[in-house]
Write a protein that binds this ligand. Structure first.
Ligand SMILES: Nc1ncnc2c1ncn2[C@@H]1O[C@H](COP(=O)(O)OP(=O)(O)OP(=O)(O)O)[C@@H](O)[C@H]1O
Ligand SMILES: [Mg+2]
Length: 516
C-alpha cells in the first residue's frame, strides 16, 4: 500500500538504514544518561518525522516516550508553542492511563485538572511539580512560565523513571520569537543542557538557517547537535519503494519503475503519490498508465503534486513577480548569474538579490551555476509556462511523441495524456480553445498502412468523443507529417500517403469546422 497523508512507520517505512542507525545511537545514549542531540535537516516531505517515529518505534521500551511538535502547527509562532509542548509531554506520560488527551483539554482548565487528577502516576509526583503541571492551560505566557514548561519533561522523566525524546519540527521558525538574535535559543540551550533524561531532535526544511544555527560559532547551539542531512532515496531504493506490492495489486514492472524514478526523482513522498495513482488504475501498470499518472499528479492544475508545488511556489515567492520570474528562469536548467539576469531582463545586482531571497529553493553547483534544489519542482515550473504542455511528453514520452508535441505546441495547441478510458484509440489529445484533436502517433515513414478494423476503431472513437482527429507520422530521421484521415485511400487496407499531408493545421481545422 502507498501512504501519503501521514508520516510512515513500521511496514510502511522503507530504506534509511544508516539514518535510522544514527538516530538509534542517539536514543541509546539517552538511556545511558548522556543525551546527544540531533539536527535533522532536509526539504519538505523528505521523511523527517517518519524517521524520528520509526527510530523511536524500533527503540521501544516501556519507559521511552517520544513527543513530536511542529512549530508551524500554530501560526503565527508564539510562546504558546512551549505550553503545547509541555502538554504534549504530559500526554506522553499520562494520556494512556487517563484515557484522553490532556492537550485537547487546553481550553477547558477544569476538565484538564479533573483528568490529570484521575491518574495514579500523577498523584505520585512531588507536590510542587503537581501544582505547576495543573496550571499549564491557564494564564498568560511569561518568561518564568516558559522556563517551567521547558523544564517539565526532565522533571517528569525523573519522577516517573521515563526517557523522553522531544522532536521539534520546523525548529528554525522559533527564531521569529525573539527579536534579539539567538536570545531564545540561548535560553533553550541553557535549560536543555541540564537535562539528563530528555534528548532533543530538531528538524526543519530551511536548510541554511538550521545549518547556521547548529554550525556557526556565534550560535548558542554551536557544536551541540550532530547533523543528519536527509536527502532523496537512491535510485535503487526509490525503485524498490515503487515496486513494493500491496494487497490485491500487482507490482509496477521493474523497467517502468526505473523510468518513473528517472522522471520523478527520489523524494519518498512523490514516489508514494505516484504509486498511489498507479495503483488506482486497473491491472498491472503499463507505460501509458505511467504517462497518465504523471499527467494527473504533476501536470494538471488539480494534481496532488501540482497543488503541493503551487503552495510551495506561493510560499517562496510571496507577491513578488520578480522572485516568480527568477524561479521560472531556473526552471529551464542551471544558469550563471548573468544568464539568469538576462532571462528575467534585469541587472545582475538585482538578480543576485532575488536569488538570495529564494533561499533554499535555489542552490549553487560546483561550477558556480545557480539551480533549483528540487528538479521535480523545476518540471512543474516548466509545465505551467506558456507552451509548457509539451513538458510531460519530454519527460515520459518517446522521441516521436515529443516531436509531435513540439510541432503541435508551435501552432498553439496544448497537449495532454488522457486516461485509456477517456482517450479511446488516441495517444494524445491536443486542445486549442474549443477544438479537441485526437492524435494518433505512428513511428514510421510514409505511406502508413492501417487494417480496416484499426481504422474504423479510430473513426468510431473520434465520432463518439466528438473530436477531430489526425495521424502524425514520425519518420526515423525525425520528419513529422500531420495527415488528414479524410484523404485516406481505402482498399483492402487503409493507406495514408504524402498526398494526405496537412500543410497548415489551423486552416485545416477552420475548414473542417465549417464543413461539419
Ligand atoms: N522512509 C520512508 N518510506 C516510505 N515512505 C516515506 C518514508 N519517508 C517518508 N515517506 C513518505 O513521505 C511522506 C512525508 O513523510 P514525513 O511526514 O515523514 O516527511 P517530513 O519531512 O516530516 O514532512 P514535512 O515537511 O511535512 O514535515 C510520508 O507520508 C510518506 O508518504
Ligand atoms: Mg514533518
Amino acid at each position: 500500500m502507498f501512504h501519503t497523508s501521514t508520516p510512515v512507520v513500521g511496514e510502511e517505512f522503507h530504506n534509511r538504514a544508516t539514518e535510522l542507525d544514527q538516530v538509534a545511537r542517539s536514543i541509546e545514549k539517552l538511556s545511558a544518561g548522556a543525551p546527544k542531540w540531533v539536527a535533522i535537516i532536509g526539504p519538505r516531505k523528505i521523511g523527517k518525522t517518519s524517521l524520528v517515529l520509526e527510530a523511536a518505534r524500533r527503540a521501544y521500551s516501556p519507559s521511552l516516550r517520544v513527543v513530536v511538535l511542529d512549530t508551524q502547527e500554530q501560526s503565527p509562532v508564539s510562546g504558546e508553542v512551549f505550553r503545547h509542548l509541555a502538554l504534549r509531554v504530559l500526554d506522553a506520560a499520562f494520556a494512556t492511563e487517563v484515557g484522553e488527551s490532556l492537550e485537547r483539554l487546553i481550553h477547558s482548565p477544569a476538565g484538564y485538572r479533573a483528568a490529570l487528577l484521575r491518574s495514579e502516576n500523577f498523584g505520585r509526583l512531588p507536590s510542587v511539580l503537581r501544582s505547576e503541571l495543573l496550571e499549564i492551560p491557564e494564564g498568560r505566557v511569561t518568561d518564568e512560565r516558559i522556563r517551567s514548561w521547558l523544564d517539565a519533561p526532565e522533571r517528569l522523566a525523573e519522577a516517573l523513571g521515563l526517557w523522553i525524546v522531544v522532536a521539534l519540527d520546523e525548529f528554525q521558525d522559533l527564531a521569529g520569537l525573539s527579536p534579539k538574535d539567538f536570545a531564545l535559543f540561548a535560553r533553550l540551550r541553557s535549560v536543555w543542557q541540564r537535562h539528563r533524561r530528555v534528548t532533543y531532535f530538531i528538524s526543519g526544511s530551511a536548510r541554511s538557517m538550521l545549518l547556521t544555527l547548529v554550525t556557526e560559532e556565534a550560535s548558542p547551539f554551536f557544536q551541540h547537535f550532530s547533523i543528519l542531512e536527509l536527502g532523496p532515496f537512491t535510485r535503487d531504493a526509490a525503485i524498490e519503494l515503487l515496486r513494493r506490492p500491496g494487497p490485491g495489486s500487482r507490482p509496477v514492472p521493474a523497467e517502468l519503475a526505473g523510468r518513473a524514478v528517472s522522471a520523478i526523482g527520489g523524494n519518498p513522498f512523490y514516489l508514494q503519490l505516484l504509486g498511489e495513482t498507479l495503483m488506482a488504475m486497473p491491472g498491472t501498470p503499463d507505460e501509458s498508465d505511467l504517462k497518465v499518472a504523471f499527467q494527473a499528479l504533476l501536470f494538471s492544475p488539480t494534481g496532488r503534486l501540482a497543488l503541493f508545488f503551487e503552495n510551495d511556489f506561493r510560499r517562496i515567492v510571496g507577491r513578488s513577480t520578480y522572485l516568480a520570474a527568477t524561479l521560472d528562469a531556473l526552471g529551464t536548467g542551471p544558469a550563471s548569474l548573468t544568464e539568469v539576469a538576462s532571462r528575467i531582463g534585469t541587472s545582475t545586482a538585482a538578480t543576485a538579490g532575488y536569488l538570495e531571497r529564494l533561499k533554499d529553493a535555489v542552490t549553487k553547483t560546483e561550477e558556480g551555476l545557480y539551480r533549483l534544489a528540487d528538479p521535480t519542482f523545476g518540471l512543474w515550473l516548466r509545465w505551467r509556462r506558456p507552451g509548457g504542455t509539451v513538458v510531460p511528453m519530454s519527460v515520459i514520452g518517446d522521441a516521436a511523441e515529443q516531436a509531435v508535441a513540439r510541432e503541435l505546441s508551435a501552432t498553439g495547441f496544448d497537449l495532454v495524456y488522457q486516461s485509456r478510458a477517456s482517450r479511446g484509440a488516441f495517444d494524445l489529445l491536443a486542445t486549442r480553445a474549443a477544438v479537441q484533436l485526437g492524435v494518433q502517433v505512428k513511428r514510421s515513414s510514409l505511406p502508413l498502412r492501417f487494417t480496416k478494423a484499426e481504422w474504423s476503431r479510430m473513426s468510431a472513437e473520434a465520432a463518439k468523443l466528438t473530436w477531430r482527429w489526425v495521424v502524425a507520422a514520425v519518420a526515423s530521421d525525425g520528419t513529422i507529417s500531420i495527415l488528414d484521415p479524410g484523404r485516406a485511400k481505402r482498399g483492402r487496407e487503409v493507406r495514408l500517403d504524402a498526398s494526405a499531408t496537412i500543410e497548415n493545421l489551423l486552416q485545416w481545422i477552420d475548414r473542417t469546422a465549417r464543413r461539419s
